[in-house]
Design a protein around this ligand. Sequence first.
Ligand code: LLP
Length: 419
Amino acid sequence: MTPDLLTDIADTFGTPTYVYDLDRVKEQYNTFKSAFPWPRLKICYAMKANYNRDILATLNELGSGIDAVSPGDLAMARSCGISISNIIYTANNITDTEMHEIAATGVLMNIGSLSRLKRYAEAYPGTRVCLRINPDVVDGAHDKIKTGGDLTKFGILLEDVEQIKEIVREAGLKVVGLHEHTGSGLKKPDSIIKAMKQVMSVATRENFPDLEFLDFGGGFKVPYGPDEAPIDIREIGSRVTRLFSEFCRDYGRELGLWFEPGKYLTAQAGTLLVRVNTVKQNRHRTICGTDSGFPQLIRPMFYDAYHAIENISNPAGMPGTYDICGNICETGDLFAKDRDMPEVRENDLLGIKDAGAYCYAMGGTYNLRPMPAEVVVEKGGFRLSRKRLTPEDLVALITGESATPARNDFNTQTRPDAA
Ligand code: LLP
């Protein structure tokens, strides 16, 4: 997305605005797909990364399935016309009510604890199910997003296989899939292979005779920082496919090879456009205030994540060092600290890059600031995908009543003759 295009979008729709390049999403999907030359490859996009409807529709058109994790995810996927047979449901710590609600839709459930498996087996004997195994491999870009190992709440431990088998046998369940997800932003490509081998060690015909697929989750890293290299997805793909092919030969059947990428498909396709409204010199620091904040893009504050920031208005400005902040009443409300970039001036337009995954989706309305608008770019053109709510819209959503425009009160308070 060129600076001119982004400027045009900001001029048309204002800021803050998320912009997603749908062509980049398609490119990422096709690159991923072609890296795994397996006839029964299935990609289930982890929609938790970004549930934007244009992104979901684009991936659906390309043939992607969906990894959904909540009734909201499921409802959103269904509203985009994604069929139930194309969705896997991988929620954790669900209630019985949620289990029944989901089972009623017919979506395949991926169960990650013995306790839930028992309750599912009692309620739905004889049905098809997928089981989430904890691969005991620990990797991920940050401690908060490592999912393997016994310190996390995810999946059934490998040593509990005999207990799984007993529950499955008693209820006549058909275990059609085994699943694992090691973590997000896996630092070592070997972790993918290790985790696969762990699942394969229990995925024998004797333990699970009804397998139709193995699902190895997501976690494929994208480069965020200037020193991070992109992963070699083709190399990973060929190692994975070779290993899987050997496994299928031993198992005696060609199974489906499933993945659930989130970041890999959407992270690099997104930019958050924000405008600088205040530049403050605090002794030796230059602090730039923008019209967005951490509830609208929380990764830097939450995971100390790095997002490149482009000064779209002043790309050739003198280099300087800046703290790029938001408009929220918290000290940690920063998008970047000590960031070297071309001179930042009031009214400059900044683009926070690689904001297509876990940015809007993790957003909230803290301080009652509505989330940014969303715009999609496709084949050189752009269009509004989701409009920005006004503060009154937001209050109406919260209270269920239409809100009085705040503007009147504000005018009264600032009139010199106001009481
Ligand atoms: N499958 C399962 C079961 C998952 O839990 C996840 C992510 C994925 C697939 C997709 O992982 P990905 O390919 O996107 O790495 N909010 C964090 C990432 C949390 C990931 C949660 N689970 C972040 O912003 O880095």
